[in-house]
Design a protein around this ligand. Structure first.
Ligand code: GLT
Ligand code: MN
Ligand code: MN
Length: 389
């Protein structure tokens, strides 16, 4: 690895148009930065060494754009993609900004809203696929409630399932070959959002008509808001073969969705996350779904974007260092106690194995004498992260 931590296309770093283009609006304050055009964002990503840009339909084409506005935006956007060698690996639909989605999109109580959400998503899939997207993200920001009297959650889930089943068929029908990635969030902008965690979605996916087409898009901030361990969530998704995409950013637990620069807060979780992604051979984009602090101007936005990628590469190097550290590896080897005979007894049920296992005597006190040395292991891990090892 180049010690310069300079990103290259092969790192597959991507940004949403809505991330670099975030003007710094929040619930209490107006934008602090002028809007950036999509083609200007592509230029920034390309010049910083990024691989791709992702977008919601309306990040690229405003919801009320005329046909000629659409044509001219697309022309500039495609030219910028070509000029800067930037691709579009993922696309998604804005099903949350327009007032029509005030009470949900696919899970709205109003059949007209559900139908419009489906129509809008098909159009957005056409747009995304025409620009080369292979992954399609679903973040159901408005799919939830404040007033539980208003909806039976079972109906919400059924409506959401109907929509995804319909859209899987649509993608196949059009030959788009899209893979869907479902993104969980516990709350905000709704009081409570359905499918609050990545684990909720992993359970739901198996109930779809085409589970093989659907995976997850976990986001650091969203699991962390709920006080959960993001490293574990990604581990479960990977183990299930369902990590189709990932939203990297950072977050302090228990707060609003902060979408901070990747690795700016939770150094240890981000370290293990990068190590997991790299060790697992995950081949998808490393997408930064974050934005610059509201204090920043355009230069600050570039510093933010460069910082996300640089931190990822620093953590990648630290993960390699951790993997190559002899003392750490010796500790890991000593922690594990292999026992082929016992392991085979416990794997693959048979009545004989159950009987043999029940007859087995275990010396609990002796087993507990085996030292684990986690204090030492964790200290060494911290020292790798702190840069003294
Ligand atoms: C929105 C949200 C993100 C989602 C985006 C995809 S939009 O910014 O906060 O977490 O990934 O719809
Ligand atoms: Mn996200
Ligand atoms: Mn977020």
């Amino acid at each position: 690895m180049a010690a310069s931590y300079q990103p290259s296309k092969s790192d597959k770093f991507t940004f949403g148009l809505w991330t670099i283009g975030n003007p710094g609006r929040d619930p209490f304050g107006e934008p602090v930065r002028p809007p950036l055009k999509p083609h200007e964002i592509v230029k920034i990503v390309g010049e910083l060494g990024g691989y791709g840009v992702n977008f919601h339909d309306n990040d690229l084409i405003p919801i009320d754009a005329s046909a000629s506005e659409r044509d001219s935006i697309l022309r500039d956007f495609k030219k910028a993609l070509d000029d800067h060698g930037v691709c579009v690996p993922m696309a998604t639909t804005n099903l949350f900004s327009d007032p029509i989605f005030r009470d949900g999109a696919f899970t709205s109580n109003d059949a007209r809203v559900r139908a419009y959400a489906l129509q809008k998503t098909m159009n957005a899939m056409d747009l995304g696929a025409s620009l080369g997207a292979k992954t399609y993200v679903f973040w159901g920001g408005r799919e939830g409630t404040e007033v539980d009297a208003s909806k039976d959650p079972r109906d919400g889930i059924k409506h959401f399932r109907d929509a995804l089943n319909f859209l899987c068929e649509y993608s196949n029908d059009q030959g788009y070959g899209l893979r869907f990635a479902l993104e969980a969030k516990p709350n905000e902008p709704r009081g409570d959002i359905y499918f609050a965690t990545t684990g909720n979605y992993l359970g739901f996916i198996e109930t779809l008509d085409h589970p093989e087409m659907v995976g997850v898009n976990p986001e650091v901030a969203h699991e962390t808001m709920a006080g959960l361990n993001f490293f574990h969530a990604v581990g479960q998704a990977l183990e299930a073969g369902k990590l189709f995409h990932i939203d990297l950013n950072d977050q302090r637990p228990g707060r609003y969705d902060q979408d901070f620069r990747f690795g700016s807060e939770s150094f240890k979780i981000c370290f293990f996350l990068v190590k997991l992604l790299e060790d697992s051979g995950y081949e998808g984009p490393r997408h930064f779904d974050a934005h610059a602090y509201r204090t920043e101007d355009l230069e600050g936005v570039k510093a933010f974007a460069a910082g996300c990628m640089r931190t990822y590469l620093i953590l990648k190097e630290k993960a390699e260092r951790w993997n190559a550290d002899k003392e750490i590896q010796d500790l890991l080897a000593a922690i594990k106690r292999e026992d082929p005979e016992l392991e085979s007894l416990c794997r693959g049920y048979s009545a004989e194995k159950a009987k043999a296992l029940k007859a087995r005597a275990f010396d609990r006190k002796e087993i507990c004498r085996h030292p684990l040395q986690y204090e030492r292991l964790d200290q060494l891990t911290c020292e790798v992260i702190y840069g003294v090892r």
